[in-house]
Design a protein around this ligand. Structure first.
Ligand code: CP
Length: 342
């Protein structure tokens, strides 16, 4: 099969204008926006196969996966490492602290140097939106976006829809039509929201974004979602609610101010306390959810701000299922991109 045919089949992104240093382009997963439902399902179906498998074929044996993480991570980096090891690969970790990025080396130079040592794929996490795509233009190996700024976090989007399908008994088809899904909180800062919305839309679910205008602006409607302000009116009607952390660090970086100002600026919201009163999934609000409805959170959780601890740890919570399923979808992504699994 030609590279072009492979890209079409997997819906992966190939650089538009190859850099001289990278004559043979690899497959990449840079985002979910624009991928077809068939492509998204193909990753989910392979993840389901891995979930059921008693033994896993080591399709990455002899290969090395490099985690290039220039922003903090617990779940994504560990999960990629475990997924790669389960497929027989070896893993190297490079993080901002302790790398030559601290001496002024660029992300691109870092990535090309790591690639020159002979890796099958780099997983890139960075503060800059578009960082993974920039790396993909300069290397031959596969590039997987592990979260770039406010842009996308595609494997998180895949694990979210996998977990919803699992909880709603839709693992056979991954057809989520008829399901209503709310995302609550700091959506405008959230790469997770962008990827999860793309996946939910592709699989047929309805998505409602809930938050103050500063966090859920009307412009989000362009992503095919409905915007609502009143969480109490939305929650009882939902099959699933995903809570998002307020990303104080991104607000700080964007505004050059203390992150809490994002909340202070939100019309009608004077403080984190007031934010919590309007947009936290408290136990009281969770009690209004319908039977069988589930609660998701990509992590890290700020307990007591966007989500009460008893809800995070309660019977509706599938938060740790998301984490477990993250390994499966990352296995599927790496197997397809670097393991010659169709
Ligand atoms: N969900 C997620 O990306 O978590 P980490 O930042 O811990 O990787």
């Amino acid at each position: 099969m030609t590279q072009r045919a492979r890209n079409r089949r997997h819906g992966t992104n190939r650089r538009a204008s190859p850099a001289p240093a990278a004559a043979a382009s690899a497959n990449h997963l840079l985002g979910l926006h624009g991928l077809s439902p068939d492509v998204i399902r193909s990753y989910l179906q392979l993840a389901r196969e891995y979930s059921a498998a008693r033994t896993v074929k080591p399709v990455l044996a002899g290969k090395i996966i490099a985690n290039l993480f220039f922003e903090d991570s617990t779940r994504t980096r560990t999960s990629f490492s475990i997924a790669a090891m389960r497929l027989g690969a070896q893993v190297v970790d490079l993080m901002g602290a302790g790398s030559s990025v601290n001496k002024g080396e660029t992300l691109i130079d870092t990535a090309t140097n790591v690639e020159a040592m002979g890796v099958a794929a780099v997983v890139v996490r960075a503060k800059q939106s578009g960082a993974a795509a920039m790396v993909a233009q300069r290397v031959r190996c596969a590039v997987i976006n592990g979260g770039d700024g406010r842009h996308e976090h595609p494997t998180q989007g895949l694990l979210d829809v996998y977990t919803i399908a699992e909880s709603m008994n839709r693992l056979r088809t991954f057809d989520l039509s008829g399901l209503k899904f709310a995302i609550v909180g700091d959506i405008v800062s959230s790469r997770v929201a962008r990827s999860t919305i793309a996946a939910l839309n592709a699989l047929g679910a309805s998505v409602i974004c809930v938050g103050p205008p500063s966090m859920a602006p009307g412009s989000l409607a362009a992503m095919g979602v409905t915007i609502r302000r009143d969480m109490d009116a939305v929650v009882p009607d939902m099959d699933a609610v995903m809570m998002l952390r307020i990303q104080f660090e991104r607000a700080e970086a964007a505004a050059g101010t203390k992150g809490e100002s994002l909340v202070t600026k939100a019309p009608g919201l004077a403080s984190v306390r007031e934010y919590r009163a309007k947009y936290s999934l408290t136990q009281e609000r969770a009690d209004t959810m319908k039977a069988g409805a589930i609660v998701l959170h990509p992590g890290p959780i700020n307990r007591g701000i966007e989500l009460d601890a008893p809800v995070a740890d309660g019977p509706r919570s599938v938060i740790l299922r998301q984490v477990t399923n993250g390994v499966l979808v990352r296995m599927a992504v790496m197997a397809k991109l670097c393991g010659r699994v169709g």
